[in-house]
Ligand binder design. Sequence first.
Ligand code: ADP
Ligand code: MG
Length: 345
Amino acid sequence: MAIGEFALIERYFRHCGASRADVVLGVGDDGAILRPPPGFDLVAVSDTLVEGVHFPLNSPPRSIGHRALAVNLSDIAAMGATAAWSLLALTLPRTEESWLADFAAGYSALALEHDVALVGGDTTRGPLAINVQVLGFVPAGRGLRRSGAQAGDLLCVSGTPGDAAAGLRLLQATAASGAAAADGRDALRSLARRFEYPTPRLALGRELSSLASACIDISDGLLGDVGKMAAASGCGALIDLDALPRSSALATLVRAEGLSEREALGFVLGGGDDYELAFAVPRARESELAALREHHEFTIIGELTTAPANDRAARVNMQSVDAARTALAVACAAACAEGFDHFGA
Ligand code: ADP
Ligand code: MG
């Protein structure tokens, strides 16, 4: 059933996510009034999801609500910050209540998990697009950047990059064929979930704010985003292909669908949408890094190096004990090293 703009804000978004004592004034006025804690820097991020660009047509609304917030929380995580407040600008072709209820449920569940309040937004009619802004804070001067890494630092990544891109491909194939492969269905389902319900690594990001020299979240693919971090730091990077983590679910997909190693590497190196963290840690702090393993899943995948000697040299190099594997990865890299660029040729 259709519902009017003001009724929908009231019903679905006035009480969405956490309620926080530092929200002096939330949804309902011309603006929200928020009270940041003294001694902290404010961190602000924004990300937009457009139907057909960032998620397939007819995606489950619960997943869209989750992802719209998750991609922003991932940016907050990469800054080493704590998320507190969010704003939601929704552009909808129509106001269908069941869609709105599921969207708000997905948004709210993740917001509650991370104690994030929804404090305002905007609602307009048009092709489905969702812009979210999240505000958070970090102890003054302690925000993590892309730019602090130095040659010799360890290069690490959380989780198992590649899963979300593999999951997206499965979702698209399933939509086309109408049925998932029977073989290893649970594993395939778990990949699709990595795309639909990514986990922002906020707790890890907070730990890294006093340990890492640089950090970036992987939204556009491991290689491209490591390249951005290295460039911002005035470094290069060397990835050990034999150290790259690969989930058992991705391995199952490769077997079930008979994918080539090149395609598998393409997911791991170039697949976007994982929202894992890539970060650099000075070698002198390796034991503190090791202590993080108790609570966080991550892998040391290489190191930061000195900057490439000239513009034509690769920013990120890769090596393996298997020369054929290195050659495959270099071929993948040619296709994906720049990461996803909406206005790219
Ligand atoms: P204005 O016309 O002053 O911009 P609106 O009528 O657009 O105000 O919004 C009324 C209130 O509802 C504001 O507090 C606004 O922040 C909030 N709001 C509007 N849309 C949303 C939304 N999708 N989610 C959360 N809050 C919203
Ligand atoms: Mg408005």
